[in-house]
Design a binder for this molecule. Sequence first.
Ligand SMILES: *Cc1c(COP(=O)(O)O)cnc(C)c1O
Length: 375
Amino acid sequence: MKPATLAAQALGKIDETTRALVPPLHVTTTFLRDPDNAYRSGNVYGRADNETVREAEAVVGALEGAAATLCFGSGMSAALALFLSLPAGATIVAPKVMYWALRNWLATEAHLHGLVVVFVDTEDAAALSGAIRPDVALVWLETPSNPLWGISDIAEAARLAHEVGALVAVDSTCATPIFSKPIELGADVVMHSATKYLNGHSDVIAGALCFARADALADRARKIRQQFGLILGPFEAFLLIRGLRTLDVRVRRAAANAAELAARLSNHAEVAEVLYPGLPHARGFEVAQRQMRGGFGGMLSIRLRGGEAAAIATAARVKLWKRATSLGGVESLIEHRASIEGAGSPCPTDLLRLSTGVEDVDDLWRDLDEAMAGS
Ligand SMILES: *Cc1c(COP(=O)(O)O)cnc(C)c1O
């Protein structure tokens, strides 16, 4: 079945007792032990076991074609659980341009856990190939990547990594399982900030790891989740399932809006450059066409001819677009990204990041156009 069908019915699970179409929210922290001391239900304690979380994992896992899926209390905790699952001394290859907070952890904290991190331009095939040496344990990709929306070639990275026995993990938050299926392309793990498109309503912080195989790595990540208490809360899991039901229509509409705005902005007098992988002159367009199906996502950035001052002034003048960080919700957001990333960021100061929502595209255009014109 297609993702739209799987998601709309949350895999068709109903409550057997009441025949409710929407399964109940399980909030219990503990479970009754059998008289003979066994735990036949398989459920012991809420830091490891929650049925609502499992239902969310089943939907996300089906969308990604995963053999095992774990939901976490945030995208960051999902990613960190994977990094901490690697053996001490493991070498990670990571992109130069990627989600800022995660890049920051890899650059400043990972070594405290015995990890070695090598940053490369993963969008450059030759640079990637040069970096994937025999001592590499994990290649981390983010595609399209925050906030410049470059494209890394997942299939090529998987081919190179598997030759040296390394794994490939993909932060697919901005591609979503509607437009990209990293596991089909050879990735071993897919990570999501489910805070973004998967939930889609800016009211849940959540993360997920989807594993191509239910193997020792997945078990290790589950153990770390249990030990650190990183599991997603049941109410958040319930909201995530609810949000997932409309994933397909939301992201297709957002991507159509983003593509239309990218085309119009490319001809705007105030805009020096539009960064969007769906534009034919984009650096990653060819690879994006190969590894994304049906759309290039709802994220784009623009660089303003007037520089940083014009970017900040434009963000100050929008009325419909909301000036806020984050992405992937039904409402459109605009952000002067360099301000939040701070020192050392690869983000140019004249850049505005746009998370396109599902509003009417002409309303979005008019608001942006007026804000850039200074009215
Ligand atoms: C938001 C985001 C994260 C971090 O996820 P949280 O849910 O905020 O912890 C990681 N990667 C990408 C691409 C993101 O957009």
